[in-house]
Ligand binder design. Structure first.
Ligand code: ADP
Length: 616
């Protein structure tokens, strides 16, 4: 992911991002933009109707004083004002529903993207940090998606007020006869007035823009602090660090760091000053423009060009036009600047899939032979090979053990087998065809893997086993019984419907590490696939327990194909075929008896080194 794409983003790119953001909004929630525009238009119109008829009332009071007309004006003002306000509220309510839906759909798009990303991105630090940034940018404060929404909200109001004000101002050119022709009612006064207005608008927008740029630069500088705040919230505020933070009395240190990060370089004070100056400046300019408009229209009215009521109407409309031009500029710039933050979101959404995904080959049969053919693999960004020239066959129904020291490449081999990564060199085939040529979902449906860092979710036990909302109770119960979880299950009030953990259900149960391991094994058994893989889910247990679990699991799965991984040789000695990995290479292969007989082999060396811990 390009990290510094955001620095000095060109105006063209900002515009492109703005257009893409609008497209994203309208594709996610059709009808949202039009509803917002309708709401804004009704709101602006209802305000202007009141001013318009107030002007008529003043004219009537200072003119013919026709009571009937006065009553009609007042009735229309109240009636139309009420109706438009009502419509504006109706659209406002619709808009709120759209807004919530938009927010939800946007979150969904992000989380779907995260889930569909190639696994290798998950282990890539820069992508991980981008995902966090993107999450941060979806919040309702700060920049990003919702800032666009906020600026658009203002913009909708600005544009409708501008259009209505311009329409009202067109009346300035329809004048009654009989006014005094002089400098004030002539064309030059209009030109001078317009020049003054443009000059003031220029000053307001240019200075405002400068101040906003400073604000954005400062915001950028605070990203380091934001990163820390995220860390603070995620790791120290909730259960995860609960024990450690208390036992080591680390709370004061964390609070101090938090305080420093948040108030670093007097950041918020400076932001406050910038915002204050910007607001003050715009207030001064708008007051000046209001005075100028009053003077211009007032002098013309004094010389008989407009009625007294029109002074109120045109002054309000002129102020509306000038004020909204400033606002439209400011909010458009805000949206354009926000394009820099939207770029981070788009970069994330555009992350391509590096995996070759083919839909050519359908995996019809489950009777398969898998073969690694001269496979080598480097992790992205890594110079060294995690696996080198691996050639290995996995025949249907065999039990293969992969042993070797930590870091020898065992898990990497499983990641390649499950297509979490694709080989850098060489191929993995299934019945002679490259595994990348198969529909990935069908291929993955062949495997049940229990990794060391397996995850259970805060769903019910049954749903966890099925990895779906619906589950087969008998199948789930049988799987749990096989791994020895049945006793614990009997203690669960809601049985298979008991929620694990408490995130979704406060009556959820906390299960121990050992119980979680059993549940994870049961999940693999429930899945009932032709290939089973245990990648040291029991590494935290002692070797004898691991051996027991592995052999028990082996007898449960019957004649399925299985791969057992362990850095402890004793755990896998029941396997007929044992592959010994060392520094990314397959260095020995055979049965336990064969390998232990090779005195100068690594297996013999490791066996003897480890045997002292569990000789009995
Ligand atoms: P084992 O399962 O045998 O303990 P691994 O397959 O996990 O070993 O690791 C093999 C090598 O690849 C090690 O040198 C390890 O540091 C490296 N490695 C593992 N995961 C990654 C990763 N995500 N990025 C870079 N290197 C990795």
């Amino acid at each position: 992911m390009a990290k510094d794409k955001n620095k000095n983003m060109s105006f063209g790119q900002q515009v492109k991002n703005l257009i893409r953001t609008y497209k994203l909004v309208s594709s996610l929630e059709p009808g949202y933009i039009s509803t917002k525009l309708c709401r804004a238009f009704m709101g602006s119109l209802s305000s202007m109707i009141v001013v318009f008829f107030s002007a008529r009332v003043i004219d009537e009071l200072t003119g013919d004083r026709d009571v009937h007309l006065l009553v009609i004006y007042i009735a229309v003002t109240v009636g139309a004002g009420f109706l438009l306000k009502l419509l504006s509220k109706v659209f406002g309510a619709k808009e709120e529903v759209h807004k919530q839906a938009l927010n939800y759909k946007y979150e969904l798009v992000l989380s779907e993207k995260s889930r569909e990303l190639d696994y290798e991105y998950m282990e890539d630090g820069s992508v991980n940090s981008s995902i966090n940034t993107v999450k941060e940018l979806s919040g309702t404060s700060g920049e990003g998606f919702m800032r666009h929404e906020q600026a658009f909200n203002f913009l909708a109001g600005n544009v409708s007020t501008l259009l209505i004000s311009l329409f009202v101002l067109s009346g300035m050119f329809i004048t009654s006869d009989g006014y005094e022709e002089n400098f004030f009612t002539g064309g030059w006064s209009l030109v001078i007035f317009v020049v003054f207005v443009i000059f003031t608008l220029y000053i307001t927008t240019a200075l405002g823009d400068k101040l906003r740029k400073i604000y954005y630069t400062r915001l950028g500088q605070s990203s380091g602090s934001m990163k820390f705040l995220r860390y603070y919230a995620e790791y120290t505020d909730i259960g995860r660090a609960g024990k450690d933070i208390r036992l080591y009395n680390q709370a004061p240190a964390v609070s101090e760091l938090f305080h420093d990060a948040y108030f670093k370089n007097n950041f918020w004070k400076k932001v406050e000053v910038i915002c204050g100056v910007e607001f003050g400046l715009s207030a001064a300019c708008s007051s000046f423009l209001y005075g100028l408009s009053f003077l211009f229209v007032g002098l013309r009215a004094l010389h008989g060009m407009y009625s007294i009521g029109s002074v109120v109407l045109y002054t309000t409309a002129l102020t509306g036009v000038t004020g909204q031009i400033v606002n439209i500029f400011a909010n458009t710039v805000r949206q354009l600047n926000n394009g820099e933050y939207m770029q981070k979101i788009f970069d994330f959404l555009d992350l391509p899939s590096k995996k070759r995904v083919s839909s050519d080959h359908i995996l019809g049969q489950t009777d398969c032979e898998i073969e690694f053919k001269d496979v080598s693999f480097k992790y992205p960004g890594s110079e060294s090979y995690a696996l080198k020239n691996l050639s290995l066959k996995l025949n249907m129904g065999t039990k293969l053990a992969i042993v070797g020291m930590n870091g020898s490449g065992k898990t990497t081999m499983i990641k390649l087998l499950c297509r979490l990564y694709d080989p850098t060199e060489g191929v993995i085939t299934i019945n002679g065809t490259d595994i990348r040529d198969y529909v990935i979902e069908e291929y993955l449906a062949l495997f049940s893997v229990v990794f060391q860092d397996f995850k259970l979710f805060s769903f019910t036990l049954g749903q966890n086993l099925a990895a779906a909302m619906e589950y087969d109770s008998t199948r789930a119960y049988n799987a749990l019984e096989k791994v020895g979880f049945d006793e614990r299950l009997n203690n669960m009030e809601d049985g298979l419907n008991t929620y694990l953990y408490k995130q979704f259900d406060e009556d959820g149960v906390e299960i121990s590490g050992g119980e979680a391991q059993k549940a994870a094994l049961a999940r693999a058994i429930y899945r009932d696939t032709p290939f089973m893989v245990l990648d040291e889910p029991t590494a935290a247990l002692d070797p004898l327990v691991e051996y027991e679990i592995y052999t028990r699991f082996n007898s449960i799965i019957g004649n399925k194909t299985a791969v057992y991984i362990s850095h402890r040789l004793s755990s896998c000695r029941f396997c007929d075929d044992i592959a010994v990995f060392h520094e990314g290479k397959l260095v020995q292969q055979g049965s336990h008896d064969q390998l232990v007989g090779v005195r100068d082999g690594l297996y013999f060396e490791l066996w003897n080194a480890q045997a002292q811990y569990y000789a009995d």
